[in-house]
Design a protein around this ligand. Structure first.
Ligand code: GDP
Length: 439
């Protein structure tokens, strides 16, 4: 889970600070030393840590904090603010071209998650109303071209390839093709190598010259820590990048790359990859990430995620149905699918305040699948009128869904109870959009 280790350790440091009423300068200095150790253990670049702690300490022992009534909390807030700055301060979005198409050149070492991210980004902007085209310029690995077609299809975005032709040629033809299709965004997947080498840099430079990208982005695997930061320096020095994409932060318990890359390269992190699914993409918000690293959860991202997956119109319709007591199992199935679209339930829990403490609490996603299977085994008539589901129908449904009659009974009972409960709520909290969903 992302940043789990570091969040836990920092919380221990903070606990000591807040357990005392008044703090002395030496209490704060001791805490700063501990924060320093935690950051170094998290594989944050040594020079970055040194500078960070120096600035933080200077502010933390100021009279304002020492004399305040809640010095512990003040120090935590200060750490959060400084960490936000370290991560880039304000959110840095992908720049869009004044006159389309926006061209995004995606670079990175092999295995960093470049091809996956190209599709994630295409899907992300498609949902925002753009018309992207994916271009396969990873000319050395036929498998990579095929992979781009596969993921492109999954997000329903066109993919242009010319096999293993010269990358600059491919780009020129792709740009014409994009114009023909009316695409306003071109996302170019380039060749990655296992190691940085001169030939690779020369090719990328040429491709950058030909494509004149609006944004040149470097995809880095967060789990590789300082190696990722070193790669960022090399790409930036050789080719020049506008920003960084950090992938696999779902598996990064330490956070060293996330916390160093901006300070070392001066380039912002623009997006993060938070899982293998093509919807596992999030814009990078330094303030929210700082809260997450400090173990304060990430309620804002959670809310946005929920809002992106729950379609507004459907929610309003659902609201009406609940009020009129017309809820059907069809709606129920729909809601479960939307819930799964949000990402795995355990990921969602991790984003809630204190969620990183819910270790060991596993959400039974299999149960969710079983429930879906039961509803899918019903006829449409049964889904709309669950009261007609008599004993023989229950037997048929359980056989069809590979469950037991008890499972079917349980689901139908739960559905009835839930309907009652939602109806009660709908009078009072009807405006709480997104919260009025199935439990
Ligand atoms: P490329 O060689 O840079 O194009 O890398 P790929 O896009 O083929 O990705 C390499 C592997 O990383 C694949 O197995 C992806 O599923 C996986 N991957 C990519 N992004 C993420 C992410 O954000 N989280 C996780 N857990 N896996 C990812």
């Amino acid at each position: 889970m992302a940043f789990e280790g570091i969040a836990e350790k920092l919380q221990n440091v903070f606990k000591k600070l807040t357990s005392r009423g008044k703090l002395s300068e030496s209490d704060i200095k001791a805490a700063m030393r501990e924060v320093k150790l935690v950051l170094l253990e998290a594989d944050v670049n040594f020079l970055v840590v040194k500078k960070f702690i120096k600035e933080l300490s200077a502010k933390a022992v100021g009279a304002e904090i020492l004399e305040s009534l809640t010095p512990g909390q003040q120090v935590i807030k200060l750490v959060r603010d400084e960490l936000t700055e370290l991560l880039g301060g304000k959110q840095s979005e992908i720049k869009l071209a004044g006159s389309p198409p926006t061209v995004v050149l995606m670079m990175g070492l092999q295995g960093a998650g470049k091809t996956t991210f190209c599709a994630k980004l295409a899907g992300y902007y498609k949902k925002k109303g753009k018309k992207p085209l994916l271009v396969a310029c990873d000319i050395y690995r036929p498998a990579a071209i095929k992979q781009l077609h596969v993921v492109g299809e999954q997000v329903d975005v066109d993919v242009f390839d010319m096999g293993q032709d010269n990358a600059s040629n491919i780009y020129r033809e792709a740009a014409k093709y994009a114009m023909k299709l009316g695409c306003d965004m071109i996302i170019v997947d380039t060749a990655g190598r296992l190691h940085i080498d001169d030939e690779m840099m020369a090719e990328l430079k040429e491709l950058k010259k030909t494509s004149n990208p609006t944004e040149t982005l470097l995809v880095l695997d967060a789990m590789t820590g300082q190696d990722a930061v070193n790669a960022a320096t090399a790409f930036n020095d050789n080719i020049g990048i506008d920003g960084v994409i950090l992938t696999k932060i779902d598996g990064d318990t330490r956070g060293g790359a996330a916390m160093s890359v901006r300070a070392v390269t001066g380039k912002p992190i623009k997006f993060v990859g938070v899982g293998e699914k093509l919807t596992d993409i999030e814009p990078f918000h330094p303030d929210r990430m700082a809260s997450r690293i400090l173990g304060m959860g990430d309620v804002m991202s959670l809310i946005e995620k929920a809002e992106a997956s729950f379609e507004e119109k459907k929610a309003v319709e659902l609201q009406k149905k609940i009020a009129k007591d017309q809820l059907t199992l069809e709606d129920f199935l729909d809601q479960m699918e939307q819930l799964q679209d949000m990402g795995s339930v355990s990921d969602i829990l991790a984003m809630m305040p204190g969620g990183n403490k819910l270790k060991g609490l596993t959400v039974d996603e299999k149960q969710l699948e079983r429930t879906k299977a039961i509803v899918r085994s019903m006829t449409r008539e049964e889904r709309l009128n669950p009261q007609i589901v008599n004993a023989s129908r229950r037997r048929r449904i359980s056989a069809g869904s590979g469950t037991t009659v008890q499972d079917v009974n349980r689901l139908l009972n739960q559905f009835e109870q839930m309907k009652k409960m939602l109806k009660q709520f709908s009078g009072k909290g009807g405006k709480r959009r997104g919260m009025m969903k199935f439990p």
